[in-house]
Design a protein around this ligand. Structure first.
Ligand SMILES: N[C@@H](CCC(=O)N[C@@H](CS)C(=O)NCC(=O)O)C(=O)O
Length: 205
């Protein structure tokens, strides 16, 4: 399998971390969505990452779709879901939507000569409200991870999003005002797999 995309993307990173935790062999091609746009389009006409190219050439997009496929490759007891799978799906959904809003705001600020105040305000509201909700909910959990003792896809999703937030929208996320999320992030980033599947943020040129 080939994983396309850079690990400064939370979506690519969560897939890379799952591949590694599942011990699934893969080749990583850290293509840039800007610099490698043409060859990316040839594989994924939407031009986004991650893309996972399977051994038969099938190209999968969308981190959730890719994780569903990876889950099907490992025995049930190794899958990164807790007993409360619905709860973890719900949380992953919020984390990924937060990521989508962050990407949208980042591109708005970076790529538009005239930033839309309406869109920017809307995104900032969505991002801060979701962070506040996640902080409240994480603070209510006392376990090492969100759903207890074991790391799940949802924990990975939240941690990858928080790292991205600090990298590209730091002004909207103050770890000191979000202590439960900051602790979650620190615990995850200390794991060897998070350190291996990682790269410094490279803003699109
Ligand atoms: N919902 C998608 C989001 C993927 C996404 O937004 N990827 C960004 C990189 S962080 C991207 O490809 N941006 C290029 C573009 O949108 O043109 C997923 O979960 O995989």
């Amino acid at each position: 399998m080939i994983l396309i995309g850079q690990y400064d993307s939370p979506f690519v990173r969560r897939v890379g971390i799952a591949l590694r935790l599942y011990d699934l062999p893969f080749e990583h091609r850290p293509w840039s969505v800007v610099g490698d746009f043409q060859r990316l389009l040839a594989i994924n006409p939407t031009g986004s990452v991650p893309v996972l190219v399977l051994d038969d050439g099938t190209a999968l997009t969308e981190s959730k779709v890719i994780l569903d496929h990876l889950d099907s490759l490992v025995p049930e007891n190794r899958r990164l879901w807790p007993k409360d799978r619905l709860g973890a799906l719900r949380l992953s959904g919020f984390a990924m939507q937060l990521g989508d809003r962050m990407v949208s705001l980042f591109y708005e600020r970076r790529l538009h000569a005239q930033v839309s105040d309406v869109l920017q305000g809307r995104r900032e509201t969505q991002i801060t409200a979701t962070l506040a909700m996640l902080e409240r909910e994480r603070a209510a959990q006392s376990g090492a991870w969100w759903f207890g003792d074991d790391l799940t896809h949802a924990d990975i999703a939240v941690a990858c999003i928080l790292r991205f937030m600090q990298d590209c929208l730091a002004g909207l996320y103050d770890p000191e005002s979000h202590p439960a999320l900051a602790a979650h992030s620190a615990r995850a980033e200390a794991l060897p797999v998070f350190q291996d599947i990682s790269q410094p943020f490279m803003p699109p040129a």
